[in-house]
Ligand binder design. Structure first.
Ligand code: NAP
Length: 328
């Protein structure tokens, strides 16, 4: 059986990869603050900024594939602590890439739509041939992570994903799904659902457009990328683009929650819903890509599959959350 190591397996994307991969591959799921407990996966702890730890951990496991989804993924956190963002997102990625090179393992780096400046017309989407031009610290360090991947190993794949929604399968079984610590570790969409369940109003803007991506879709694509031995850059996102206001409206509809609680807001409201520190909101407003919608035709053609649109994807997410609730 081939072996897959996943950094960031305690996070949203990594846990979905581990959850799907365990059916076909031997899985090592690596967390940072805690070891992700996913049935039938070996779990461990890795700080990717520690070069020796990266070497020991991935070499000992003799990984054939390394999915590198670990990141300092907080937009506000990166802006406030750019040194830490660089250390994790750039140096950490370089460390992982160097070990992949020594191991001759395929490296799959998870990147973001926010490597683009989002200045395209609303009718247009970014393709893999468009030049990245990130606006904020998070996007800049993720772009540098792409370059660190390309420069430090030969067998690499970069997958750009966007506004990922779904369920984090690494949330410990003994935690209930709707308690605060579970919500905090889960996707932004789950945080939105939790607010609407409590009857709280949510303001979101129409000015910020993306291609919402179902986390389990990313996991399925990664398994195909490994089995077909793909290389290069691919946009792996939902086939429908939308703005945050419409996305949250759809969440309310699919989850049978009060649609009237979703109100028109501003980009500031989006930043505040990311729990961005008030002091950096004025700066980040100018660094938010307006339309970072991704063109997914390359991955769809290569894999002969359709990426899930957000209306259908939210229904799949609902079934995933129900499955979790039933086990509680
Ligand atoms: N979520 C989105 O909307 C989105 C959109 C575009 C791109 N992405 C990209 O997708 C990837 C996964 O994102 P996500 O949403 O799954 O993020 P997440 O839920 O915040 O998970 C981030 C993961 O990185 C780990 N981590 C943080 N610092 C680390 C370090 N120094 N060493 C090792 N691991 C470390 C965390 O470990 P602990 O939890 O154990 O601390 C966690 O497992 C990231 O590369 C992100 O840039 C995400």
């Amino acid at each position: 059986m081939k072996r897959i190591a996943i950094t960031g397996a305690s996070g949203l994307v990594g846990s979905n990869v581990a959850y799907k991969a365990k059916q076909k591959l031997s899985v090592l799921g690596l967390g940072f603050s805690f070891p992700p407990r996913i049935e039938n996966c070996t779990s461990g702890i890795l700080d990717i900024t520690d070069q020796n730890a990266c070497k020991n951990c991935l070499m000992d496991f003799r990984a054939d594939f390394v999915v590198h989804s670990a990141a300092y993924a907080s937009l506000g956190g990166c802006e406030k602590s750019p040194d830490l963002a660089y250390e994790v997102n750039v140096k950490g990625t370089e460390n992982v890439a160097k070990v992949c090179h020594s191991l001759r393992a395929k490296m799959i780096y998870i990147s973001t739509d926010w490597v683009f400046d989002g200045k395209k017309e609303l009718s247009e989407r970014y393709t893999e041939n468009d030049l990245p031009s990130p606006l904020n610290c998070y996007g800049k360090t993720k772009r540098e992570g792409e370059i660190a991947t390309q420069n430090n190993t030969d067998d690499w794949v970069i997958l750009r994903v966007a506004n990922v929604y779904g369920h984090n399968f690494a949330i410990p079984q003994q935690w209930s799904l709707w308690e605060e610590r579970s919500i905090q570790r889960n996707s932004w969409a789950v945080k939105v659902i939790s607010l609407l369940r409590k009857g709280k109003a949510i303001k979101q803007p129409t000015q910020i457009s993306q291609s919402p991506t179902l986390a389990s879709d990313i996991a399925e694509v990664i398994l195909e990328v490994c089995s077909r031995n793909l290389q290069g850059i691919y946009h792996v996102a939902g086939r429908e683009n939308t703005n945050r206001y419409e996305f949250v409206k759809e969440i309310a509809r699919v989850f049978d929650l009060e649609e009237d609680l979703v109100l028109l807001g501003t980009p500031e409201d989006l930043l505040l819903s990311f729990a961005v520190d008030h002091s950096i909101v004025p700066q980040l407003i100018n660094e938010l890509p307006r339309n970072a919608s991704l063109d997914v035709s390359k991955i769809e053609k290569t894999l002969d599959r359709k990426m899930t649109g957000y209306e259908e994807g939210l229904k799949i997410m609902k079934a995933q959350l129900r499955g979790r609730e039933k086990r509680e």
